[in-house]
Design a protein around this ligand. Structure first.
Ligand code: 1YM
Length: 639
């Protein structure tokens, strides 16, 4: 075989170019666990979505193949195949092999830069054992393949094509990822969300992998939403009782495209999701502040002019006008700036005024033209205001007693001696006996322990006044140091990590759900800023002679058992944290050097909240549905 010299040289260049990605994948995709693995799919899907947003493509298919590869295909223009002037190789090869070449060369479009998103499809290539790209363009079918990021099969024309489009297929590198098992449900959620945000596109998800439960037929999900984000609101409010119809707007100003959809429900909480260029902005940003300011102003103006607020009444607060509100704010900006701790906060300052202006115009118009809807919404706000004032009165009584002043930390809190929040951790431990072990086993300098008793937070109600009457909740709030509600101050947080440590059984899961729900509803900032964790205590202890091993899962236990030939008697299944002595608890679960902590994302907390609502809420139908669907999930019930 005679190698093409020039091609060889470019292959080496490419390898050097992508080497940093293979060396430090976390820098580019966050992590190499399941989340990082799925990031590869988002990256390729983003490119197809961009093509759809630009108006060139309306069909996208994501396929999970049997050989653990994934492919994404679209019917867009096809990635260009002609020689790229700057690199001397084809544009498609450039896109796949040059870091940050994903941002379109001089082309317009809404390509996102910065953050974890938009790192470019070259990162996917770098982290895949093999990547194949097929381009149908100008009547020809072209093919190129890479291995470990390096060119493996040169770009060539392999046939004719009567369609246009791109197919990217990749095999994630098993040497890089902890797992290469894609989760259908995770991808489905993402695909659904993208379909809501990209009007007119149909996205199909096919799972062709073997599936014993469901038979060997491919699982298929397909999404197309005529209504765009209005359909999204309908989906989010499925289990909620609406107060008024959905309001939606779509407009553009100064090159910024704005879409807002909202609906008031009888809930107490607000649910505001925001996106910039189809990327969720969990920390909000200028689009959200513009929206919130306009909403408060418009509601107050309407209320004054139409007698919902009398002269002596104070204005609605921004909290009042957001109670029970489900809203989606989606903007498309040419040059989005992502800021904040997790790079999920939109920073473009001109967006604030644009969203404010567009939303206040259209929403005022909506209220003026739909008096019955307006009446229902304003009545709901007035109710929220009364409840807020009642809650404040109740809280003032509580505060007068001194409980929330933060002066008296709860008696059962074993605080750490360090006063620097940056290296302090709070373990919330289920039950007094486990709490005892944790207090003895901990690092006293950095680790604080707060034991909470079983039926802690049966605060079905999320009203602040009721919650503050609960002693367990009060202890937690005082320990956190941030206060709650209007008085919440994130920077007063006394611990960098808040670790929930519960038993690995059904009760433990219940308490964890309650705690996550509490944090999600009343301290969402702590979740979005990554302060909340779940401890991962082992499920088994295996002993042979003087050696001890711990296993977190049944699979791990079986593997250790086989590897070290441990006989049945020497395997102990931990029923609860309380069964571990302080030393074991430290070694397996608390020691920063050896433990595994699961960081909770806002999606995890949102899921807990959903489960909580279904299990505790007063609507019977969703609860019955939930229990029927998940009855099989409970493998072992501790009675
Ligand atoms: C399955 C993934 O990548 N589709 C895709 C990508 C591109 C284009 C079309 C495209 C863009 C432009 C012009 C332009 C990309 N092109 C580039 C680059 N699907 C997928 N479909 N023609 C085609 O933006 O001007 C990067 S991505 F850089 F080559 F233009």
């Amino acid at each position: 075989m005679v190698a093409d010299k020039k091609y060889d040289a470019s292959a080496i260049q490419v390898l050097e170019g992508l080497e940093p990605v293979r060396k430090r994948p976390g820098m580019y995709i966050g992590s190499t666990d399941e989340r990082g693995l799925h990031h590869l799919v988002w990256e390729v899907l983003d490119n197809a979505i961009d093509e759809a947003m630009a108006g060139y493509c309306d069909q996208i298919v994501v396929t999970l193949h049997e050989d653990s590869s994934v492919s994404v295909s679209d019917d867009g223009r096809g990635i260009p195949v002609e020689k790229h002037p700057q690199t001397g190789i084809s544009t498609v090869e450039t896109v796949l092999t040059v870091l940050h070449a994903g941002g379109k060369f001089g082309g317009g479009g809404y390509k996102v830069s910065g953050g974890l998103h938009g790192v470019g499809v070259s990162v996917v290539n770098a982290l895949s054992a093999r990547t194949q790209v097929t381009v149908d363009r100008d009547g020809g079918k072209y093919f190129v393949a890479f291995e470990g990021g390096a060119p493996a099969e040169e770009l060539k024309k392999v046939g004719e094509a009567d369609r246009q489009g791109t197919i990217v297929k990749f095999w994630p590198d098993e040497k890089i990822f902890e797992t290469t098992d894609f989760d259908f449900e995770v991808i489905k959620k993402r695909v659904r969300q993208q379909a809501y945000l990209t009007r007119g596109v149909t996205i199909t998800l096919r799972d062709e992998r073997e599936n014993e439960e469901k038979g060997w037929f491919p699982q298929v999900a397909q999404f197309y939403f005529e209504g765009g984000i209005a359909s999204f609101i309908r989906h989010l409010n499925e289990d909620k009782e609406a107060v008024a119809d959905i309001f939606s707007l779509r407009d553009e100003a100064d090159g910024v495209e704005v879409e807002v959809s909202l609906q008031y429900t009888k809930e107490f909480r607000e649910l505001v999701l925001s996106f910039a260029n189809n990327i969720q902005t969990a920390e909000g940003g200028t689009h959200v502040t513009g929206f919130a300011a306009a909403l408060t102003r418009v509601m107050n103006k309407y209320a004054r002019e139409n007698g919902f607020l009398k002269e002596k009444d104070p204005n609605f607060s921004s909290e009042d006008v957001r109670e029970g509100l489900s809203a989606i704010i989606s903007v498309k900006v040419a040059d989005p700036q992502f800021e904040g701790q997790t790079k999920s906060k939109l920073g473009n300052s001109n967006v604030r005024g644009i969203v404010d202006r567009i939303f206040s115009d259209k929403f005022s118009e909506f209220l003026a033209e739909n008096p019955p809807e307006a009446r229902a919404i304003l009545t709901k706000c007035a109710l929220a205001t009364r409840a807020r004032l009642a809650a404040r009165a109740a809280r003032d009584t509580v505060i007068r007693k001194g409980a929330l002043e933060g002066l008296t930390l709860p008696g059962k809190l074993a605080d750490c001696s360090s006063k620097d929040p940056k290296n302090s951790e709070l373990f919330i431990v289920e039950g007094d006996s486990a709490g005892g072990s944790a207090k003895q086993g901990r690092d006293r300098y950095t680790q604080a322990i707060l034991p909470l008793r079983g039926k802690i937070l049966n605060t079905e109600s999320c009203r602040l006044d009721k919650m503050l009457a609960n002693n367990e909740v009060k202890s937690l709030i005082v320990a956190l140091g941030t206060a709650i509600g209007e008085e919440f101050e994130g920077k007063k947080l006394r611990y960098d990590k808040i670790v929930i440590m519960t038993d690995a059984d059904v009760d433990g899961a219940h308490i964890r759900t309650l705690l996550l729900t509490l944090l999600y509803r009343h301290f969402p900032e702590l979740v979005t800023q990554g302060h909340v964790y779940v401890a991962q205590p082992p499920l088994y202890k295996l002993v042979k002679g003087k050696q001890t091993w711990y296993a977190m899962t049944d699979e791990e236990k079986d593997a250790l058992k086989k590897e070290h030939d441990v006989k049945g008697d020497n395997i102990q299944r931990y029923k609860g944290l309380g069964e571990m002595n302080p030393n074991q608890l430290w070694e397996t679960t608390m020691d920063p050097k050896t433990r595994t902590l699961l960081q909770i994302t806002i999606e995890d907390a949102e899921r807990a909240d959903h489960i909580f609502k279904v299990l505790m809420g007063d609507e019977v139908l969703p609860r019955r549905r939930f229990i029927q669907t998940h009855a099989g999930d409970v493998k072992e019930l501790d009675i």
